[in-house]
Design a protein around this ligand. Structure first.
Ligand SMILES: C[S@@+](CC[C@H](N)C(=O)[O-])C[C@H]1O[C@@H](n2cnc3c(N)ncnc32)[C@H](O)[C@@H]1O
Length: 346
């Protein structure tokens, strides 16, 4: 069976399936640098392996081979991305204020009916952990791990965890430091939109999920956001955000991409739903507008926009003022659409 233009599994595995890990090792060694074509070959080979129907004689060696291929791929992807990938928002106070408002009900409602007492759960890209600790209450006494790449934000998460139900650890979604099949639920909220390789991240999340376990991802879709009354400088805010994320090679309109990313990553039985955040009351929209006004001038949004010469300090100040002005308008409303996918591993 040919897995891609460059690889034929039948011919390359001349010694039988037990040679496959060696084959993957040799292949990854030969890829080197940023040779995307060979990386795609490897991904195709791994995917072909997971779709083959195996005879009864060698399932263990094939599983070993697939697992080794996936972890080699994760290591390779990490090496390719970690030098370049920037978390566009950073962890400025204005960003954390929005993240700490999030909870299980307003950000993970689609997952809640699937949680059971005693489940082991991993929350990837947990940020300040407000969602994680509430998920932990729902699966207690199951073990819960919140994982993030940023050490500082993990300190915040640890500070709100008083029941010792969760462990917060530093880590990278591309290369999770857990054995295969460690968790019943692997969750990521607003994380894939910040990754250059969301499919690789999903594959790694799937690796650490138990067979039949839940992979749950939810992302906003910037292109789908809308607000009233119209305000040209808010149009410019969105245009600038999309330019910043494009320059960083990540996807601002991630919500609409989740169904295809999860399919390509090999998740099965995917349920696709959507839900929104709506900022309508004067207090809610003042809070939302203030957050963005501050982010636009003080967070990584500002630094990246200025560094890439996409905007000027003066224009950023104007956008911030427009946000605050907009929040004062009678009948103002801002809607943030999200897509969520709940799929199964194995
Ligand atoms: C928008 S925040 C979401 C935080 C939290 N899930 C929430 O919704 O409140 C995205 C988080 O993903 C983390 N992150 C980004 N890239 C990551 C990676 N490669 N591995 C692990 N975490 C990552 C960031 O540090 C950040 O805390």
């Amino acid at each position: 069976m040919g897995a891609s233009a460059g690889i034929s599994l039948d011919t390359d595995f001349g010694d039988g399936w037990n040679a496959a890990p060696v084959f993957f090792g040799a292949l990854i060694d030969s890829i080197g640098g940023a040779d995307r074509d060979r990386t795609d070959d490897l991904l195709n080979a791994i995917q072909a392996l997971s779709h083959l129907s195996y005879g009864p004689t060698e399932p263990r060696s094939i599983a070993k081979c697939r697992s080794r291929g996936q972890s080699l791929m994760a290591r390779h992807t990490r090496a390719m991305t970690e030098a370049r990938e920037i978390y566009v928002h950073g962890h400025h106070d204005s960003v954390l204020r929005s993240h700490t408002w999030r909870n299980a009900e307003n950000s993970a409602a689609y997952l809640l009916p699937h949680l059971r007492s005693g489940m082991d759960l991993l929350d990837v890209g947990c940020g300040p952990g407000t969602i994680t600790v509430e998920l932990a209450q729902r699966v207690a006494p199951g073990s819960v791990v919140g994982l993030d790449r940023e050490i500082d934000v993990l300190d915040k998460a640890r500070s709100i965890e008083d029941g010792h139900r969760c462990r917060f650890v530093e880590g990278d979604v591309y290369s999770l430091d857990f054995p295969d099949e460690s968790f019943d639920v692997v969750h990521a909220h607003q994380v894939l939109q910040h990754l250059r390789e969301p499919v690789a991240a999903l594959r790694e999340m799937t690796r650490v999920a138990r067979r039949g376990g839940v992979i749950a991802v939810r992302d906003a879709d910037y292109g789908g956001m809308f607000w009233e009354p119209s305000e040209p400088l808010l149009d410019r805010w969105l245009e600038l955000y999309q330019a910043i994320t494009a320059a960083n090679e990540v996807e601002a309109d991630a919500g609409r991409k989740l169904p295809s990313w999860t399919r390509v990553a090999g998740l099965s039985s995917c349920e696709v739903t959507s839900s929104t955040w709506t900022f309508r009351d004067p207090e809610q929209r003042a809070w939302w507008a203030d957050l963005w006004a501050e982010r636009v001038t003080s967070s990584s949004y500002a630094t990246l926009a200025l560094e890439a010469r996409l905007s000027s300090r003066e224009e950023l100040e104007q956008i911030a003022a427009a946000w605050r002005r907009w929040a004062q308008r009678a009948d103002a409303v801002f809607v943030v659409p999200h897509v969520e996918v709940l799929g199964r591993a194995g």
